[in-house]
Write a protein that binds this ligand. Structure first.
Ligand code: LLP
Length: 428
């Protein structure tokens, strides 16, 4: 569900034609829909209402201050992975006491910053980290709230680069070692054992892996509650979104084989809430992509069309430095012209590519697209998560501007970078 719709042949972001935004702010341009983000937060909140729960939005997916502020206003907590992300949450008006601090490599400075900010919990990923946090908390005469990240060794059936919950991955501590580790942690005087956490992977499009992991964890969680009086169970993020509507509408061969409806907050909750409710614990969830993925698009303009033998290359002004997902994960993003041509225009099998000097710099290959010409503009949909945040300055390309649309209103929430911004701090 999102608020980017084609009306009378023209793509709109809520009440605003996207072509107007491109003309005003230039391209490449990230455009976010505030209503979509709010809807997603509200739908998940509603679905999880039977549980005492806290949504900790994983801001690694999109950490623009305006996006964080929208969610903070709705009462969201945050799952963060660096001192920088904690500063962002604070600048955006978020509540540090609703933050979980995750990640395998927290530094001393970050741990000190998070203790001073009074974060809700540290999600700890190794014994060495547990002892380090205990030591730092002791120096400050504090007790640090911790949860241990369990690796449940459940395959999330997703892309190998975003699977996290098997013993192949660097994340968490092996399921079998957890009981003994909590007993050891309980002897560390400067820690409070507040909860237990897991996260099995990202872009999970069916409920089965979540259910399997939760079922495996339940006896352990119950035991930790009895022995150590933990107050929460954090079931992680990972809710997948629809990138290819052909899959979701049942048109593709793949879909016919899968026969699984897309994961929604309601279907997710229908399976997990009954398992979790009897625990009588607070439940934390850490969705990133679900909240913002379909709430953002990347707008780009066609520079050239180049035909070579069998191929048509549509060269646009956005590149893999702006949106790396297709290059990195072979991911699919729907491509929609901002203004649709009159009917009858035939589709041309096209590679949409950027100006960067890498063969991996493409957004799609051999995809039927309406014929393009220089100056035409296109939108790459579902680019709100892991889009701008993974952008780089490769080829000394300034990063795109970001715009937030709310109804008929729109404003820049991050200015386009300049080459001077990029050179700051460098010297000959
Ligand atoms: N919690 C933890 C501990 C995580 O590692 C992640 C994501 C999340 C929550 C949020 O997961 P989500 O709800 O967004 O699936 N760059 C990749 C995705 C990397 C995910 C990393 N961890 C992509 O573009 O698909």
């Amino acid at each position: 569900m999102h608020h980017f719709q084609v009306k009378k042949g023209e793509l709109y972001a809520e009440g605003v034609p996207v072509s107007q935004l491109a003309a005003t702010y230039g391209t490449p341009l990230y455009v976010y829909s505030a209503a979509t983000i709010s809807d997603h937060f509200d739908r998940l909140t509603h679905a999880l209402a039977p549980l005492d729960h806290l949504i900790c939005y994983a801001l690694k997916a999109n950490s623009n201050l305006a996006v964080l502020n929208l969610l903070a206003q709705r009462g969201s907590g945050f799952d963060l992975v660096s001192g920088g992300e904690l500063t962002r949450v604070q600048r955006a008006g978020g509540d540090a006491t609703k933050c979980s601090f995750a990640g395998v490599g927290k530094t001393r400075a970050e741990i000190e910053q998070a203790l001073a900010a009074n974060v809700y919990v540290f999600n700890v990923e190794s014994i060495a980290e547990l002892e380090f946090i205990d030591r730092i908390a002791g120096e400050k005469k504090l007790r640090a709230p911790v949860a241990i990240r369990v690796n449940p060794n459940v395959d999330a059936s997703t892309h190998s680069k975003i699977t996290t919950g098997t013993y192949e991955n660097k994340f968490g501590i092996a399921f079998e070692e957890i009981g003994a580790l909590y007993a050891r942690a309980a002897r560390l005087k400067n820690l409070r054992l507040l909860g237990v956490q897991m996260h099995i992977g990202s872009q999970i499009t069916e409920v089965k892996p979540f259910v399997k992991a939760i079922k495996k964890m339940l006896p352990l969680v119950q035991d930790l509650k009895t022995r150590h009086h933990i107050e929460f169970f954090d079931i992680g993020g990972g809710l997948g979104i629809v990138y290819d509507p052909a899959l979701a509408s049942g048109q593709s061969a793949w879909w016919n084989q899968q026969k699984t409806p897309p994961l929604t907050p309601a279907t997710y909750a229908a399976s997990v809430v009954p398992l979790l409710q009897p625990l009588g614990l607070r439940i934390l969830v850490e969705p990133g992509r679900f909240m913002v993925g379909n709430a953002g698009i990347l707008v780009t303009e066609v520079l050239y069309v180049k035909k070579t033998g069998q191929k048509t290359f549509v060269i646009v002004d956005a590149a893999m430095n702006d949106l790396i997902r297709p290059a990195f994960y072979e991911s699919y993003h729907e491509i929609v012209p901002l203004k649709q041509k009159r009917s009858g225009g035939k589709l041309v099998s096209s590679d949409l590519v950027g100006p960067i000097c890498e063969s991996g710099d493409y957004f799609c290959k051999d995809r039927p697209l309406p014929a393009q010409k220089p100056g035409d503009r296109l939108a790459l949909l579902s680019a709100g998560a892991y889009g701008f945040v993974m952008a780089s300055n490769y080829n000394t390309r300034p990063r795109a501007a970001e715009v937030l649309v709310e109804g008929a209103k729109h404003r820049v929430v991050r200015e386009r970078e300049t080459v001077d911004d990029l050179l700051r701090g460098e010297s000959v």
